[in-house]
Design a protein around this ligand. Structure first.
Ligand SMILES: Cc1cc2nc3c(=O)[nH]c(=O)nc-3n(C[C@H](O)[C@H](O)[C@H](O)COP(=O)(O)O)c2cc1C
Length: 237
């Protein structure tokens, strides 16, 4: 930016590199910190269409490898379709429970892990690895990058939803092939996220899995490394 340019002028298509004003910055961090995975607090109220459109636009503004935009969003409102997905979840969830150690299975079964029928809208998010053509800039060596891009889109949607006062719950305890069959999703596409979306009675203050004693959020320090990856210190140190 030239020295004479005003704060919000654009020069050569560049906007200012200055930080957001404090209130705007705080709003971004507030959406991040208060976003929750919602399962049991959905209200049946129809979703505000303008808010939904803003959320989907936010998702579509996500970064994507080679600008390939590999995502598609299938909006599912039909109750019978959602009931079919709920049955797929029930089967997968029963299989999931027995994979945990015996002393955790009862607790696992007590957790509510989806709101497929109670949320008025479900969004199935898929990823097309061929969307960018046979060779995609940036995906030549790390071949999962279309999936990473689609996850970025989901996170944008999740944060935008929080700012709109709309809850999102991600359901991954599903048989991908069965969901794809129900929703006519072509073979080459991957199912990345199955989201339950709706207005809520409230957001949990902290992750529900923490509140229900399943697992705690770690200190950031445990996940930080300097210069190279280092093994975690044993608990006794
Ligand atoms: C890829 C992914 C898959 C998830 N799948 C499920 C799921 O099947 N059921 C569920 O209840 N929560 C699911 N979650 C939500 C996580 O459990 C949740 O994000 C985590 O416990 C932290 O809570 P918070 O999102 O409220 O901060 C999933 C989250 C991600 C990112």
């Amino acid at each position: 930016m030239s020295h004479g340019a005003k704060k919000h002028d654009t020069v050569d298509g560049l906007t200012s590199g200055e930080a957001f004003a404090a209130a705007e910055r705080n709003a971004v961090y507030r959406a991040i910190a208060t976003r929750r995975d919602v399962r049991g607090e959905f209200l049946p109220d129809p979703i505000c269409e303008e808010a939904l459109s803003r959320m989907l636009t936010a998702a579509h503004q996500a970064p994507s490898v080679g600008l390939s935009q590999p995502w598609d969003f299938i909006l599912i409102r039909d109750k019978e379709t959602r009931a079919r997905i709920a049955r797929i979840f029930a089967d997968a969830n029963a299989e999931a429970a027995i994979r945990f150690p015996a002393d955790r299975q009862a607790q696992y079964r007590s957790l509510k892990l989806q709101g497929i029928l109670s949320a008025p809208l479900n969004i199935c998010v898929t990823s097309d690895p061929k969307r960018g053509g046979p060779v995609v800039l940036g995906a030549t060596h790390m071949t999962d990058t279309d999936l990473f891009s689609t996850v970025c889109a989901i996170q944008n949607l999740w944060l935008a939803a929080r700012a709109e006062g709309i809850g999102v719950g991600w359901v991954s305890i599903l048989h991908e092939d069965r969901v794809k069959a129900v929703l006519d999703i072509p073979d080459r596409l991957r199912l990345v996220g199955y989201l339950c979306v709706g207005h809520v009675s409230g957001f949990h203050e902290r992750p529900e899995l923490e509140k229900r004693g399943w697992r705690e959020r770690d200190d950031l320090a445990l996940h930080l490394h300097q210069e190279r990856w280092t093994a975690p210190k044993p608990a006794s140190e």
